[in-house]
Design a protein around this ligand. Structure first.
Ligand code: HEC
Length: 152
């Protein structure tokens, strides 16, 4: 049996969550959240899983059709993740951080390389996929050096 959640309940739940998280920000009295929270989760759940297959498959000895399909899906997901990266996510303090020109600069580079990875995967060009993957390594690392307090 499938249970369908009425949309109105989903909306009510989302509103509740928003109110609760706004309250906890106000209670903490912090104008700026420490690194982590929503954007961190977005990196872990969305950006990283979209990038790992690109790195992994770039140097695979042999690419099957299934491998190419995986690379194409991953690169498409990475392209889709760019707009959230550019906006900084859903937490106001994290959105404020994302307005910095440096953040926007790294996001533009990420967009260019994600698109290059997608084009390479669509053409099944492993050399071009590896080039985009290598460039992504520098772009991800560059933004982390600048903005991730835990980055080494
Ligand atoms: C525009 C800046 C920016 C770009 C580009 C970026 N990241 Fe991040 N990433 C962050 C920030 C900032 C954090 C730390 C969490 C926070 O402060 O919100 C982070 C955290 C992470 C984490 C969690 C690390 C940990 O120690 O828990 C992973 C994994 C990650 N990013 C993967 C990637 C990958 C893969 C790419 C490239 C495709 C990438 N990121 C591109 C800003 C960026």
């Amino acid at each position: 049996m499938t249970v369908k959640t009425p949309a109105i309940l989903t909306i009510a739940f989302a509103v509740t969550l928003t109110v609760v998280s706004a309250m906890s920000i106000a209670l903490a009295g912090e104008p700026y959240l420490p690194a982590g929270n929503n954007f961190h989760g977005f990196m872990i759940r969305t950006v990283d899983p979209a990038t790992q297959p690109i790195w992994e498959l770039s140097y695979a000895d042999k690419m099957t059709d299934a491998d190419w399909a995986r690379a194409q899906q991953a690169a498409a997901n990475l392209v889709r993740s760019v707009s959230t990266t550019a906006s900084g996510g859903n937490v106001p303090a994290e959105q404020a951080r994302a307005k910095s020109p440096k953040w926007q600069g790294w996001t533009r580079k990420m967009a260019a390389e994600a698109n290059a990875a997608k084009a390479a995967a669509d053409k099944k060009d492993q050399m071009a996929l590896a080039t985009a993957g290598d460039n992504l390594l520098e772009v991800c690392g560059g933004c982390h050096m600048e903005f991730d307090q835990n980055a080494k």
